[in-house]
Design a protein around this ligand. Structure first.
Ligand code: ATP
Ligand code: MG
Length: 599
């Protein structure tokens, strides 16, 4: 990529911390002149920023190519029919950017490209002999994020590397598992090469269930994801997925007193009620109500017969949070495979059905055969409980599972249905304790199964001329997120400290004054270093040394060569490393500079 003169490019550095930026990477990317915002979640990449982007893309390309994937490029503007085939036009929700063209045709700006690539495959791939295939692109994605923030960490237009693999088998040569493992290993190499400190965690695989999924999480306090790792080092998961180890439960304990109704008006949330009742949140039961439906019920409803549907009441302690994915899985795995949770407008639906939302107790299931009551083990205990009174603005004290629920003919399913927390037992039940921390999701690998291929009618013929479902994997990396994450973990109070692999330049030459002998030496070193394969930035600005050094710290180029009269008098230049490994700097003979910079 060669050399560049500062005066001939645009590097608008700034001393001011921009008010809109709250995390270090966002502040530093703005201050170092890498990016500029032009609207919510929309960024210009300036010359320095683009160079970093290109270096990251090169690393990603090298590793994808050597993992056996081949690059293509799909459009960002996609006819809505594509997403309608898989119902993602609805399921993707408000994050999908939709638009209508001059002919009234509806399109979307792609948030990911499963449908587009599956259509492409369907057009050309008909036989098992053509599989497996692994295709990827580095392309602009659009998501109408509810809260774009933290600079390029969460924006509405961003570059993603997305790969899709296609297989006939899960196991064996050419199977999904082999490719998944190769992509997983390639991801490790990519993030290692980019200088990131990351954890690999098990991730939620969504309503299709069963399949494996891992997220690559940069360990950083600014991360929006909560991850839990066992202190034994053998389990890590996103909180959305993290299971909790066995916890004993007991629903048989005797009542602690008579059920007592208390008027609790105008008390939003557990905290308020807890203060008012003088009951700690961990002695209160919190309930969430969802409608459930059997998969066949939509068809039955359309045919005019009664829908096979009802209510799930999920119960956890007041200081815990219900995990919707776990409730969904319990419903399907333990109760009936065909059941799904209805998530949209569930609260309004429950209210319309007579549930006193905000004041529901486990006893709301009494006398209702269509209610499925599920309690977390920590909530399924004896002792004192306060909970809702199944009546607006009222709670009860001395709720008792046996007297108020079991003895009234209601079955209680006890299962892990809450979010894991710091200190919980590891699900491996090996004495490990889960520790919570924050992570930035930079990459995601996912065994999709046949969800997209089946929905879009993409199948191939096997060696016996039998039609076979195509099994897919998908693999995403946020290019911009890598940059911001790298800065989060590689900066100091003066600016960015780039990992050498993704720095915009390898070396910065700073002549104190770009004239006379200093200019000659600068030009010569620039040419020699460039010939040796380094990317060089020359600070040829007519500026005082102070601001030049401050800018050098801010933009964080790994090697800095300062050319001033004192050093020149000894036939030297001063060499400093931005990572501090050369201390305050070292005098290096001009003839030795190239060797020192390239070793
Ligand atoms: P998140 O949970 O952070 O919203 P996601 O799970 O929806 O992300 P994926 O669909 O898995 O994201 O996309 C693959 C990768 O694209 C992510 O791992 C992340 O690195 C990147 N990415 C996703 N959304 C954004 C965004 N709004 N801005 C920048 N990068 C993003
Ligand atoms: Mg993801």
């Amino acid at each position: 990529m060669g050399a560049m003169k500062w005066s001939q490019t645009l590097i608008p550095t700034s001393r001011q911390v921009p008010a809109e930026a709250v995390v270090p990477s966002h502040q530093l990317m703005l201050r170092a002149g890498l990016i500029r915002s032009i609207g919510a979640g929309l960024y210009d990449y300036l010359p320095l920023g683009l160079r970093v982007l290109q270096r990251v893309m090169n690393i990603v390309r090298e590793e994808m190519n050597s993992a056996g994937a081949s690059e293509l490029l799909l459009p960002a503007l996609i006819p809505m029919e594509f997403y309608a085939q898989t119902k993602r036009d609805i399921d993707y929700g408000d994050n999908l950017f939709k638009l209508t063209d001059r002919h009234g045709r509806s399109s979307a700006l792609g948030p990911t490209h499963e449908e587009v690539i599956t259509e492409l495959m369907k057009a050309y791939v008909t036989s098992y002999r053509q599989l497996p295939l692994n295709l990827y692109q580095i392309q602009t994605k659009y998501r109408d994020e509810f809260r774009p923030r933290f600079g390029v960490l969460r924006c509405r237009e961003f570059l993603m590397k997305d790969a899709y693999s296609f297989h006939v088998e899960v196991e064996g040569p050419g199977g999904l598992n082999g490719t998944y493992d190769r992509m997983y290993a390639a991801y490790c190499r990519i993030f290692d090469r980019c200088g990131l400190n990351y954890s690999i965690v098990e991730a939620e695989s969504g309503p299709i269930g069963g399949s494996a999924s891992h997220e690559f999480m940069c360990n950083s306090p600014v991360g929006e994801d909560t991850i839990l790792k066992s202190d034994k080092g053998n389990y890590a998961a996103n909180v959305e997925k993290c299971a909790i180890g066995d916890r004993p439960h007991d629903l048989s304990g005797p009542p602690t007193g008579e059920l007592t109704k208390v008027h609790t008006p105008n008390l939003p949330g557990i905290e308020g009620v807890s203060d008012f009742l003088k009951v700690k949140p961990n002695r209160m039961l919190k309930t969430i109500v969802w409608p459930w439906m059997a998969e066949t019920s939509r068809a039955r409803e359309e045919a005019g017969s009664a829908p096979d549907a009802g209510w799930v009441i999920a119960v956890v302690c007041g200081h815990h949070d219900v995990n919707e994915g776990k409730v969904r899985d319990i419903l399907r795995q333990r109760i009936d495979r065909s059941l799904t949770l209805q998530r949209e407008d569930s609260e309004a639906a429950a209210r319309a059905a007579g549930f006193a939302i905000g004041y529901v107790s486990p006893a709301a299931a009494v006398g209702k055969s269509d209610c499925i009551l599920i309690a977390d083990p920590d909530a399924a205990q004896g002792g004192f409980w306060a909970t809702g009174a199944d009546e607006m603005d009222h709670h009860v004290k001395h709720f008792n599972w046996k007297r108020d629920v079991l003895d009234r003919g209601v079955q209680v399913h006890v299962a892990d249905i809450r979010n894991a927390m710091d200190g919980d037992p590891s699900p491996l039940n090996d004495g490990g304790i889960l520790c919570a921390s924050k992570g930035i999701e930079v990459g995601h690998v996912f065994k999709l199964g046949a969800k997209y291929s089946d929905a879009m009618g993409f199948a191939v013929l096997d060696e016996k001329q039998q039609k076979r479902s195509v099994i897919m994997g998908c693999y995403g990396i946020g290019i911009g997120r890598i940059i911001a994450s790298a800065i989060e973990m590689n900066h100091d109070e003066n600016g960015i400290v780039w990992p050498a692999s993704i720095a915009p330049f390898d070396a910065l030459i700073t002549p104190i004054k770009y004239e006379g002998e200093a200019r000659e030496v600068t030009d010569r070193l620039e040419a020699q270093l460039t010939a040796a394969g380094l990317d060089v930035l020359v600070d040829d600005r007519d500026e005082r040394p102070g601001p030049k050094f401050k800018d050098a710290d801010l933009i964080g180029i790994p090697i800095r060569l300062t050319i001033g009269d004192k050093a020149l008098a000894q036939g030297c230049v001063e060499m400093v490393k931005r990572d501090g490994s050369l201390g305050k700097g070292e005098m290096v003979k001009i003839e030795e500079v190239v060797a020192r910079c390239t070793r």
